[in-house]
Write a protein that binds this ligand. Sequence first.
Ligand code: FES
Length: 150
Amino acid sequence: MSVKEIISKYPPEKSYLLMMLQEIQNNNEKNYIPEDALQNVAAYLNMTMGSIYGVVSYYSMLSLKPRGKYILRVCASPVCELVDDSLLSWLTEQLNVSVGGTTVDGLFTLETTECLGRCASAPAIMINNETYTNINTARLETLISELRMK
Ligand code: FES
């Protein structure tokens, strides 16, 4: 679906801004919102680019730069960190990428996130829109292998 098709699904009201941006990002194969898409949204909603940038920069799940097919978000909040603080460093080593970076094959982007609301089953991570709990490096290894095969 094109950006224009996505935008035109919504009424031209600012309250739909976040939903539009999310859908544009989800439909982009590199998991981000291109500059020209922002301009189209701004024109449609009669908003300034500055105010749209403000919204995009406020929500950490939105990105203005190309990312991998799979976004790995490691919970960096206290409960998960206390249970197992090795997941992030394990991933940076295994994927050979730093936080915010994307693997050279374009498959994985590594990010951190605030509490995912799954503290009772910590540690937790998100891969795209799915949350995984009671995660450990063995499970991560399996998940990453499975995603590489898809
Ligand atoms: S601290 Fe990680 S899910 Fe709450």
